[in-house]
Design a protein around this ligand. Structure first.
Ligand code: SF4
Ligand code: SF4
Length: 302
């Protein structure tokens, strides 16, 4: 069963109203700026937050495999295999260790979602599936969407659309809103910054624009990567040419919150040291004007 690595309540940036967002583990992309690198692997992972660690050695002694050691730099793997049993995280008195990713039986997951039914209903919200990439697990994502639909929740899916067209069609038929990432129009640049080319993604955007489904486009705006006028104009021209334009284009200014997550995973953020920065106010205004000039509804998101 696919794993969920976070359940975010009271989410206000993942579709209309107040929402509960379910984060599925596993993604085929490797965006350099990714906010959630713990979503990349579909398997569970151990995270360690050094700033919380009090150096008590409880985890070292509790680990049945001798996989952890205390060093002047904090807890480090010893090289012995970690079975991801979670004992260290359960025993840690400071919540410095965590196992990311848990399989949720459907009834337990629905019980979690139902807790916020009133808030969602009053705010016009619902449930958003996010990741990672939910379309990487088509059978599970469809089962989840069908169950949410049976219960009358508004369903949104946040996706890269890097998936087979049949999967895109099936998921589009089982939700009320798609939140689709668009990163770069040049395929070689897309591959450089995300690990995959963009042909399938653009084809799938054309596909959903022909299906009559509601969709928003979300563009992470990163100076040094995609915030240049040439890329934004190409993006706007492409979106304006579709049979059904996106209901809105959300520009999401760059943030480096993925950095801390990489540290907790023991992996390296932006290993090639690609210069990336948040767009200036001037860049943001210019970006708005570009999309508006193509007749698109644009706003700055978060
Ligand atoms: S998850 Fe289990 S095996 Fe892995 S380090 Fe923690 S206690 Fe040891
Ligand atoms: S149990 Fe927690 S606080 Fe204690 S050494 Fe291990 S990670 Fe640090």
């Amino acid at each position: 069963m696919p794993l969920i690595f976070d359940i975010k309540r009271y989410a206000i940036h993942d579709g209309p109203g107040i929402r509960t967002t379910l984060f599925l583990k596993g993604c085929p992309l490797r965006c350099v700026w990714c906010h959630n690198p713990e979503s990349w692997s579909p398997r569970p992972q151990r995270l360690y937050k050094r700033s919380r660690c009090i150096g008590c050695r409880t985890c070292v002694e509790a680990c049945p495999n001798g996989a952890l050691g205390l060093t002047p730099e904090g807890i480090r793997p010893t090289g012995a295999p970690c079975s991801l049993c979670g004992t260290c995280a359960r025993e840690c008195p400071a919540a410095a260790l965590e196992i990311s990713g848990r399989a949720w039986p459907m009834d337990e997951l629905m019980a979690e979602v139902e807790k916020e039914r009133g808030v969602m209903a009053r705010s016009g919200g619902g449930v958003t599936l996010c990741g990672g990439e939910p379309l990487m697990h088509p059978a599970y994502t469809l089962e989840l969407l069908q169950e949410l639909g049976r219960r009358g929740f508004h369903r949104a899916v946040d996706t890269t659309l890097y998936a087979e067209p049949d999967v895109v069609r099936s998921v589009a038929a089982q939700c009320e809103l798609l939140l689709v990432d668009l990163k770069l129009m040049d395929s070689a640049a897309h591959r450089r910054f995300t690990g995959v080319p963009n042909g399938q993604i653009l084809d799938n955007i054309r596909l959903i624009a022909s299906l009559g489904v509601r969709y928003f486009i979300r563009i992470p705006l990163i100076a040094g990567v995609n915030a240049d006028a040439a890329n934004l104009e190409a993006s706007a021209r492409f979106l304006a040419s579709l049979p059904q334009k996106p209901e809105e284009v959300d520009l999401l200014p760059y943030h480096d919150i993925g950095k801390g997550k990489h540290e907790r995973l023991g992996t390296v953020y932006n290993p090639e040291k690609i210069p990336m920065a948040a767009p200036s106010e001037e860049d943001l205004s210019r970006s708005h004007r570009i999309f508006e000039a193509f007749g698109l509804s644009v706003r700055t998101g978060a």
